[in-house]
Design a protein around this ligand. Structure first.
Ligand code: GDP
Ligand code: MN
Length: 386
């Protein structure tokens, strides 16, 4: 589970990582009251679980409660990379001298944790020269000691005052069972102090049973309505930034489909996946209809790729599910909102494909290979894009 920035700040404060004074506001009036309580200049920040808020206009300075209300009015309801802003964080504005990047994360490939540090933090971290990024694997038992923290700071050109923040971040990571803790920017302020100005934390859901105190974190989230709808139907839906909706069965197949779509999309103006939905084991008509409905409700979707490997649920049953879902969603009439490209492999794949071809539904295409399907989806997505 990803946390909102304000929740990350709460965990920072709990683990002695310096943060600003702050309040969450749901309305412009609440933002004004928060600004008055905090006093002086404040920053109003969109609370959405995505990065790049600054560049999207989701971070604004305000010098008075009136200005805070005005800023909140502009930010609330904004759409940032497909996430609607339902709340803002009001925090005291810091006078920034330097912005650093620090992160600790689980490196699954290496089977351990990794520390990342850079002196070039802030909104342009992605385009910062990679040689400025210091990477260090962390021993799970040894952890991030005071000595190691100091030497990492020296390597990255960060002041030694950052070292205690790093060790505190390590303690947070382990104590809360997080797989990622990231601060960008970690700022050096004009008064010489260090402060976390942003925060990103991913908690390991598999460890949630050890943390009854985390229960409220998910409840506080006014989730993306499509993610909430998917969760109610036990479907795993994740919103991304592109334009191709991806439906598949099994996490491995879905992940590789995302890669293949992104690769094929390079030849079509940089088309990438808009979301993905893992239907898991079953691909009944009901599950297909639910999945298509959720994916097509994403306004960013201009083409949908269904990639299914037939197993216990054979491809002819999947094809039947798609046909029934199509009739259900179109009320027996016209095409779906976006073209549907279907690729099936495995048990009864040929039979399933023949069923779809024979039905000749407008806007429903089949492809034999994953690459072929992805190329078709990328081309269709591009054509449909405004
Ligand atoms: P992100 O764009 O989603 O990563 O949001 P951030 O929380 O990182 O904010 C974006 C940028 O806003 C930061 O890189 C800072 O330059 C700026 N910013 C954030 N908080 C403050 C603050 O308290 N004071 C000032 N002056 N700038 C801030
Ligand atoms: Mn940031």
């Amino acid at each position: 589970m990803d946390l909102f920035e304000h929740q990350a700040h709460d965990l920072f404060a709990l683990h002695d990582i310096p943060t600003g004074r702050r309040r969450v506001a749901l309305t412009p009036a609440e933002a004004a009251a928060a600004a008055a309580a905090i006093g002086g200049k404040v920053v109003i920040k969109a609370q959405v679980k995505t990065g790049g808020r600054g560049k999207a206009g989701g971070v604004r300075l305000a010098s008075s409660p009136d200005e805070a209300a005005h800023a909140a009015e502009r930010i609330l309801g904004m759409d940032i990379h497909g996430h609607t802003v339902h709340s803002v964080l009001v925090t005291d504005a810091s006078e920034i001298v330097a912005e650093y990047y620090v992160a600790l994360l689980l490196d699954r490939a290496a089977g351990g944790f990794l520390a990342l540090l850079s002196g070039a933090g802030g909104m342009d971290i992605e385009s910062a020269p990679p040689e400025l990024l210091v990477r260090a694997p962390l021993d799970i038992d040894g952890g991030l000691t005071d000595g190691l923290a100091l030497s990492l700071c020296a390597d990255a050109g960060l002041p030694s005052e950052v070292a205690p923040v790093l060790t505190a971040l390590w303690r947070l990571l382990r104590a809360e069972d997080a797989t990622l803790v990231e601060i960008n920017p970690l700022a050096l302020l004009a008064d010489g102090t260090i402060r976390a100005l942003d925060g990103k934390i991913t908690l390991d859901d598999n460890a949630s049973f050890r943390h009854p105190q985390h229960a409220g974190l998910a409840a506080a989230a006014p989730a993306d309505p499509r993610e909430a709808a998917a969760a109610r139907k036990h479907l795993n839906y994740v919103k991304l930034d592109g334009s191709v909706g991806v439906i598949g069965n099994g996490a491995g197949l879905v992940m590789s489909t995302l890669d293949v779509v992104a690769a094929a999309g390079e030849a079509h103006g940089g088309v990438t996946p808009a979301n993905f939905l893992d239907i898991g084991g079953g691909a009944s008509a009901r599950v297909m209809a639910d999945s298509l409905e959720i994916v097509l409700a994403d306004p960013d979707v201009t083409a949908v790729l269904v990639n299914v490997f037939g197993g216990i649920t054979a491809c002819d049953a999947v094809a039947d599910g798609i046909l029934q879902a199509y009739w259900q969603l179109t009320d027996g009439g016209g095409p779906l909102r976006a073209p549907l490209i279907v690729r099936m492999d495995g048990n009864n794949a040929e039979k399933g494909r023949r069923m779809l071809v024979a039905a000749a539904l407008p806007g429903v295409l089949t492809a034999e290979t994953m690459d072929g399907a992805a190329t078709l989806a990328a081309a269709m997505a591009r054509q449909e894009a405004p």
